[in-house]
Design a protein around this ligand. Structure first.
Ligand code: ADP
Ligand code: ASP
Ligand code: MG
Length: 445
């Protein structure tokens, strides 16, 4: 069997949905399970509803609600008829009633906890998969709609939950029986915790859902269908000359995703690793074009791609107490653990430690606690430029070239060798894109 995941732009309107269904139909004999994101920018709009609810702005919340509703019903009424139209209309009406009650309740309370946010965000995928199922049936394909909330179980970490793979695998294998000629459809992104409350896997999490289904069903392949020709040497939106990388290793892809390449969710690879399931990244608008295979090994060393991550905060803590002391780093990291903030890059010297964080929601509290350990300084508006490639750390020629290209550009922090496959630079945000352009031109043009 295979899993094929379609992202928001790949199912944003009737033409794109038909295109996605055709891609699945062409592979029907491979027993596909189609995982879909919400249509277009629906999830962003649902986020806006939750934000409007917190401020009690009922008018705004309901105007966005009406916009989402009109868009989905337009799609339903455009290409469905008879039983399929009835099925989609009834389900969508029910979903919009639930979303309306939820929006009303939260606007009154002026509240939107992470738990309520997940409940609101789940409607995008529930709607899109309803429509896709109805349309596939309309086209004569035997289609079964699954409910990922009943099949994927996670911990309680709302808005960024982690799947409980053993339980999830049992549930999926008990409900899904991939068969040649039949299409299964499931929601990406959404799941439930052990108490049945809706959780989500984090923004962009449908990729992760695809490999969760893939690993649970021992898929021969997972296909991620998106709006670019696979994983490229950098984000083609910033650098149009970016080129497709034909083959990239699990480690390299994970590193790129973690450091800003939005093309796949950072956790996508995790479920694929154990069973060495190949993950293909392909373009819905160019199905026969170039694409990327993410595999256990790429078989090639050297620089493969560059990613950037903006809005990074750098925290430096200086103290004489570190000299010959043990347990000091542990005390620093316990502060970050307390405020559930992950540290991306760390460098240390005998008297200071520099760290970068992305999540600034508890910055004030973190700084207050760290002040008890030493003198703290905070620098904002930094960016990470991450260069990824197998055994990059050993290649002094490449390393020298990187710094030659960066000549004259300010570098605030460097990390090399931590994972053997990346060199990470922290630069001021104002120099981020210039650094990326120069490095990309230097290596790939
Ligand atoms: P989807 O909705 O299909 O999940 P996303 O918007 O999440 O799509 O991811 C695709 C986008 O990722 C591309 O449009 C591109 O701008 C961006 N991107 C960032 N880095 C890369 C990269 N190295 N290769 C390809 N795309 C990238
Ligand atoms: N719809 C969700 C989002 O926009 C999940 C996804 O697209 O992967 O984040
Ligand atoms: Mg995505």
């Amino acid at each position: 069997m295979i899993v094929m995941k379609f992202g928001g732009t790949s199912v944003q309107n009737t033409e794109m949905i038909d295109n996605a269904i055709s891609i699945a139909e062409n592979q029907l004999e491979r027993a596909p399970l189609l995982v879909s994101s919400a249509m277009g920018k629906t999830t962003d709009k649902l986020v806006s509803i939750s934000e409007a609810a917190v401020t009690g702005n009922s008018k705004l919340a309901f105007s966005i609600f009406e916009e989402i509703k009109a868009g989905h019903f337009f799609t339903i009424n455009t290409f469905l008829s008879g039983d399929n139209l009835r099925f989609a209309t009834e389900r969508a009406e029910k979903l919009f009633e639930e979303l309306s009650s939820l929006t009303k309740g939260l606007t009154l309370l002026r509240e939107c906890s992470p738990r309520s946010t997940d409940a609101i965000l789940s409607f995008g995928e529930l709607l899109s998969t309803t429509i896709i199922t109805a349309r596939a049936r309309e086209r004569g394909i035997e289609t079964i709609l699954l409910d990922s909330r009943k099949l994927i179980k996670t911990d309680d970490n709302f808005t960024s939950a982690t799947p409980l793979m053993d339980k999830t695998g049992e549930l999926i294998r008990g409900a899904v029986f991939p068969t040649s000629g039949k299409l299964y459809v499931a929601q990406g992104f959404i799941a439930t915790n052990l108490n049945g409350a809706t959780t989500t896997l984090g923004r962009g999490g449908s990729d992760y859902s695809a490999t969760i289904y893939g690993a649970s069903l021992r898929a021969e392949e997972v296909q991620i269908w998106t709006d670019v020709d696979g994983i490229m040497t950098t984000d083609p939106r910033i650098i149009p000359e970016a080129r497709t990388i034909p083959i990239i290793s699990y480690d390299e892809a994970a590193e790129l995703a973690f450091f800003g390449a939005k093309v796949v969710h950072p956790s996508t690879i995790v479920p694929a690793i154990d069973r060495e399931i190949p993950v293909l990244v392909k373009n819905t608008n160019n199905p026969d074009g170039e694409y990327t295979t993410i595999a256990p090994s790429s078989g090639k060393t050297g620089l493969k791609a560059i990613s950037i991550k903006k809005n990074i905060t750098l925290i430096e803590i200086k103290t004489g107490r570190m000299v010959n002391a043990y347990g000091f780093l542990a005390r620093i990291f316990s502060v970050f653990e307390k405020y559930q903030t992950s540290v991306d890059i760390v460098t240390t010297s005998e008297v200071s430690v520099s760290m970068t964080i992305e999540n600034q929601s508890n910055l004030k509290e973190i700084v207050a606690d760290l002040n008890l350990l030493g003198k703290v300084s905070v620098e904002q508006d930094k960016s990470i430029v991450c260069l990824v490639g197998q055994d990059l750390w050993q290649d002094s020629v490449v390393i020298a070239r990187i710094f030659k290209i960066m000549e004259g550009l300010p570098i605030r922090m460097i990390s090399l060798g931590a994972s053997r496959i990346n060199l990470t630079l922290v630069v001021p945000e104002s120099h981020c894109e210039e650094s990326l352009k120069k490095l990309h031109a230097g290596f790939f043009n």
